[in-house]
Design a protein around this ligand. Structure first.
Ligand SMILES: [Zn+2]
Length: 316
C-alpha cells in the first residue's frame, strides 16, 4: 500500500470514528457532556501552567473535578454495558495508529510485514516453494552426502553474503532432474526475502514468454509485462530455473544475453539452474553468453538419482 493509500485509509478510519462517537453521544447524552468537560479541563490545565487560567480553579480542584467525571463515566459504562474502548479509533495497528511508522524513518512491524508479503508475492515463488527452506533440505536422499553438504553450505553462504551486502559469485546449479536444485533455489530465495531483499524467480519458459509479450504485443495490455520485465533487470536477486528446457532460438540467446550482461554491469547476482552439462551450455548458447554465465559463476554439480523417483518408489 502506498503512502497516499495509507493516509486515505487513516482519514476514512477517523471519519468513521467521528460518526460513531456522534451516534454514541446521541444515545447517551451525558457521556457526550462528560467528554466535553474532560476536554475543557485538559485545556484549562495547559492554560494554568502558562499562568493564564480562565476558570478560576486551582490544579488540585481541576484534578478533583476530573476524577469525579471519570468515576461518573465509569459508572455509566457499567450501567449501559459499554465496551471500554468504544470511544477510541479502531486502528488495524494500534502501535502506529496505521501510519506504518513509529518515528521518522522507523518502520512499524505492520509495515514490515506488509512489505515482506508484497516482496513474496512479487517473487514468483509458488506456495509449495515457500516451504522449501535450508532446514527442510534433507541429505538423506543423497548417496554422496559429502558433496551435498558442501553444496548446501555454498548456498547458505551465498544467501548470507547477499543479506550482508557482500559481493558474490553467481550460482550455476547443474545436474539431473529431481536432484534438489529447485529446492535450494527456493531456500535461497526464502532466506533473502526474509531479510528484505527482492527476488524474482522464473522458469526459463515463463521468462521467454514475458520477454516476447513485452517486445511484440504493443497494445494497451502490455504495461504489466513491460514493468515485470524491467523489474528483472533491477531485482536484487534473479533466479532462472530450468535453463535448457526452452526452445533455444537466436531470440532466446540474444534476450538472455542482454539480461545477464546488464545485471553483470550493475553487479546484481543471479542463480541459474539447468539440467544441461557445462559442455552443452557452451554448445547451445553462443560464446558471449556462455562465457558470461560460466565465467562469473560458482558451479554446483548435482548428481545421483532423482529424489522424486525415490519418493515414488517409497510410496509404492
Ligand atoms: Zn503498525
Amino acid at each position: 500500500m502506498s503512502i497516499v493509500d495509507r493516509a486515505l485509509r487513516r482519514r476514512k478510519k477517523i471519519a468513521e470514528w467521528e460518526a460513531n462517537l456522534e451516534e454514541l453521544y446521541k444515545k447517551y447524552p451525558r457521556l457526550g457532556e462528560i467528554a466535553h468537560l474532560l476536554a475543557q479541563i485538559s485545556l484549562e490545565v495547559v492554560y494554568l501552567q502558562m499562568g493564564q487560567g480562565k476558570m478560576g480553579l486551582t490544579l488540585e480542584e481541576l484534578n478533583k473535578k476530573r476524577t469525579a467525571l471519570l468515576n461518573e463515566k465509569k459508572a455509566l459504562f457499567e450501567k449501559y454495558a459499554l465496551p471500554e474502548n468504544i470511544e477510541a479509533v479502531k486502528w488495524d495497528c494500534p502501535l502506529c495508529e496505521d501510519r506504518g511508522f513509529l518515528n521518522v524513518g522507523e518502520k512499524c512491524a505492520c509495515l514490515l510485514a506488509e512489505e515482506s508479503q508484497q516482496r513474496w508475492e512479487l517473487s514468483g515463488l509458488g506456495p509449495r516453494q515457500k516451504k522449501q527452506t535450508f532446514n527442510s533440505f534433507s541429505l538423506k536422499w543423497y548417496e554422496d552426502k559429502k558433496r551435498y553438504r558442501t553444496i548446501l553450505e555454498e548456498c547458505v553462504s551465498f544467501a548470507e553474503n547477499i543479506c550482508r551486502g557482500k559481493a558474490v559469485d553467481n550460482l550455476l546449479l547443474c545436474g539431473n532432474i529431481g536432484t534438489g536444485k529447485t529446492h535450494l533455489c527456493s531456500a535461497i530465495a526464502n532466506y533473502v526475502l526474509q531479510a528484505g531483499i527482492s527476488v524474482a524467480y522464473l522458469k526459463i519458459g515463463i521468462l521467454m514468454d514475458l520477454i516476447r509479450e513485452a517486445k511484440y504485443n504493443f497494445d494497451s495490455q502490455v504495461v504489466r509485462p513491460i514493468n515485470r520485465l524491467q523489474s528483472l533487470y533491477q531485482v536484487d536477486l534473479l533466479i532462472i530455473d530450468d535453463l535448457g528446457t526452452e526452445v533455444v532460438s537466436d531470440f532466446v540467446r540474444e534476450q538472455l544475453f542482454y539480461l545477464i550482461d546488464e545485471r553483470l554491469n550493475f553487479h546484481l547476482p543471479w542463480i541459474i539452474s539447468t539440467n544441461l552439462s557445462l559442455n552443452e551450455i557452451g554448445t547451445l548458447y553462443e560464446d558471449r553468453l556462455s562465457d558470461r554465465i560460466l565465467g562469473t559463476s560458482t558451479v554446483l554439480k548435482f548428481t545421483g538419482a532423482s529424489i522424486r523417483q525415490q519418493l515414488k518408489v517409497l510410496r509404492g
